[in-house]
Ligand binder design. Structure first.
Ligand code: AHG
Ligand code: MN
Ligand code: MN
Length: 336
């Protein structure tokens, strides 16, 4: 975008506005919406930093639609997003991991009405042990001609208008794409604003590293097991493995350093564990915009037609050559 000189800074809002300005007739509604998402993530970040101090650790005791026990912070993060987006008039529908059904915020027929979907707190079981967690979001156009909320949210990932995540790590970073490259912003804690720190990130095309919960590997389909066994036998390059257990943290490492992340079908989750709409699609969009790839083992993630807002899929995502290597192993074992 070439809007940054030495000593200058570009805020996230400036960046989104500059991108929008390239579209004649763009109303500015989209950047208003994105500023709502950014505000919510700053609120969530501050809750996380104060987790032990404001008594938000531990189980909240309720069960979400996925059948998992919800941590209190999941609810606070969900509420932060819902509350900030409720004031953005151009958000027609929101859908969240934590809510059974998509929620209509406003009955809008305008062309620039949006659907926002999110995983408010990803990796929440890591909160108790002070390990990085994240927020994932994706934005679709709200089709005015489609009647019924459930139906209007069921769009394939290729139709995403924008997507991103925030990683609350040693620093807080937002990674964002609106289909013109993948960009990174770092939260300046002193100013309370996201500043552009890396424009047009390109993922390495290959790195000898894989990320998977290997404890389940005896229940993976054969092609995954063969892949993992195979790379362990390679000397040049020798592979290493990393697994945080927060998808956003595992993916972010791969975005920067390269490699492959896998969540294959397992005995307890034969259709995969990760959610298509608000975990896999946004990360797939970001990966592709950075030169990487994402598949369910057979089909490009962003081509999958969702049947339900909470659909789960297997995920193989990362550097293009690593993803191809896994896909070849799956095909050789007859999975593709
Ligand atoms: P969430 O906290 O939003 O439910 O997501 C948890 C996900 C993801 O972050 C992580 O990669 C994966 O679950 C870890 O699952 P396992 O513990 O089965 O490896
Ligand atoms: Mn998650
Ligand atoms: Mn979550």
């Amino acid at each position: 975008m070439a809007i940054k000189k030495d000593g200058d800074f570009v805020t996230f809002t400036q960046f989104v506005q500059a991108e929008q300005a390239q579209y004649p007739g763009a109303s500015g509604q989209f950047s208003w919406l994105m500023s709502g998402v950014a505000l919510a993530t700053r609120m969530i970040g501050s809750y996380i930093r104060r987790a032990g101090l404001i008594d938000v650790w531990g189980e909240h005791g309720t069960t979400n639609v996925q059948g998992e026990t919800v941590k209190k912070l999941d609810i606070m993060a969900n509420d932060a997003l819902k509350r900030t987006l409720a004031y953005r008039g151009n958000v027609g529908v929101i859908a969240s991991e934590e809510d059974d059904e998509p929620k209509v915020l406003a009955e809008v027929d305008a062309d620039d009405s949006y659907i926002v979907m999110f995983d408010p707190l990803d990796g929440s079981s890591n909160i108790d042990v002070n390990v990085s967690v994240g927020t994932i979001f994706t934005i679709f156009q709200n089709p005015p001609d489609v009647k019924g909320t459930e139906k209007s949210v069921l769009q394939k990932g290729a139709k995403q208008v924008a997507a991103g995540y925030v990683l609350y790590g040693s620093s807080t970073v937002m990674v964002y794409t609106a289909g013109r490259g993948t960009h990174m912003f770092t939260l300046d804690p002193q100013f309370g604003t996201y500043l552009l720190t890396r424009e047009n990130i390109q993922m390495p095309t290959f790195a000898p590293q894989y990320s998977v919960n290997e404890a389940y590997s005896h229940t993976f389909p054969e092609g995954y097991r063969r892949y993992i066994d195979g790379v362990k036998l390679q000397d040049n390059p020798g592979y290493s493995s990393r697994y945080v257990g927060s998808l956003v943290a595992d993916f972010h490492r791969i975005l920067i350093n390269g490699g492959v992340y896998m969540y294959p079908p397992t005995r307890s989750d034969p259709g995969g564990k990760l959610r298509l709409m608000y975990e896999c699609n946004p990360l797939a969009f970001i990966a592709e915009q950075a030169g990487g790839a994402a598949t369910n083992g057979k089909t490009r993630i962003m081509e999958l037609e969702p049947k339900n807002v909470h659909d789960r899929v297997p995920l193989v995502i990362g550097s293009i050559k690593n993803v191809e290597e896994v896909s070849r192993s799956l095909a050789a074992a007859g999975h593709a």
